[in-house]
Ligand binder design. Structure first.
Ligand code: C2E
Ligand code: CA
Ligand code: CA
Ligand code: CA
Length: 276
């Protein structure tokens, strides 16, 4: 028993070393990825439920890692969030999104706002406001065509400072929305103190909307309360007509999900835009 215990231990240590080596390799590739222009933006439409037209596009980061293909953000955002690389990468995302918006406008397409995700680390970075100002200035984008999505959890972390940064972003004319709503611990009444216009109901509540009376009750309550507080609501991860119908019947104005479109590269996203 003792010997096998040692073997287990050895096996475990080897696996740990392997995992650490992989993590190290990933991290060092990520350090070079920005300079090597390996990051790319994908876009997913957020639809107006009433008109079934594209209302906004969410900007979603992808990493084209040589010899590995397209890497989804869940596999690398946590790493760059931890080592701080998310600050320059996040700044690149904002700039690239603004450039793309301007390029689409110059092609004569009807402008739709682009919604960019801000990570907690990026949000709390002291240089954020200046870098946003610089990007607005250099690209010439109308700030009304830019939105930032911040998770509920990130918002609840730092009281006073959060309020100040949100106020500065809002003063620039950029809209703010709360991402993954319902997964953290906040109340709508509390959120009303923030200069936020929109909330996005987390996919976790939409997934079983048709089967679960409980999820239906939660989603309907969020929609009703948001409507009465004059907050816009987006349902995330809408995949079926059944979910869509429930949302429509209960007064949800916006929806995003595979039912309408997967996130796509810029050429395919462009095809979803109408002439101005
Ligand atoms: P998120 O902000 O909640 O983005 C929505 C995610 O749900 C996206 O995953 C999208 O592809 C996925 N999704 C959309 N519709 C459906 C659906 O109908 N069904 C299912 N199953 N999934 C759907 P993605 O692109 O893999 O991004 C994952 C997360 O990575 C994002 O979650 C966001 O938190 C983060 N992320 C993405 N881009 C950025 C970025 O530029 N900066 C930062 N800081 N985070 C980002
Ligand atoms: Ca988001
Ligand atoms: Ca979300
Ligand atoms: Ca999420």
């Amino acid at each position: 028993a003792k010997a096998s215990g040692r073997n287990n231990h050895q096996f475990f240590t080897e696996r740990m070393n392997q995992a650490a080596a992989l993590h190290f390799e990933l991290e060092s590739s990520l350090r070079g990825a920005l300079a090597k222009e390996e990051f790319e933006l994908f876009y997913q439409p957020i639809m107006d439920i009433g008109t079934r037209q594209v209302h906004t596009m969410e900007v979603l980061l992808r990493w084209r890692r040589p010899e590995h293909g397209l890497i989804l953000p869940d596999h690398f955002i946590p790493i760059i969030e931890e080592n701080g690389l998310v600050v320059p990468v996040g700044e690149w995302v904002i700039r690239r999104a603004c450039e793309q918006s301007m390029a689409w406008q110059q092609m004569g397409l009807q402008p739709v706002p682009l919604a960019v995700n801000l990570s907690p680390r990026q949000f709390m970075n002291r240089g954020l406001i200046d870098s946003i100002r610089r990007i607005l200035d250099e690209t010439g984008i109308d700030p009304a065509l830019l939105e930032f999505e911040i998770t509920e959890t990130a918002l609840m972390q730092h009281g006073e400072q959060t309020l100040e940064i949100l106020g500065q972003i809002n003063a620039m004319g950029i809209r703010l929305s709360i991402d993954d709503f319902g997964t953290g611990y906040s109340s709508l009444a509390y959120l009303k103190r923030f200069p936020v216009r929109k909330l996005k109901i987390d996919r976790a509540f939409i997934k079983d909307l048709e089967e679960s009376a409980e999820d239906r009750a939660i989603v309907c309550a969020i929609i009703a309360l948001s409507n009465s507080l004059q907050l816009s609501v987006v349902a995330e991860g809408v995949e079926t007509e059944g979910q869509f119908d429930i949302l429509l019947q209960n007064g949800c104005r916006f929806a995003q999900g595979y039912l309408f479109s997967q996130p796509t590269e810029s050429a395919a996203a462009q095809a979803l835009l109408r002439p101005a």
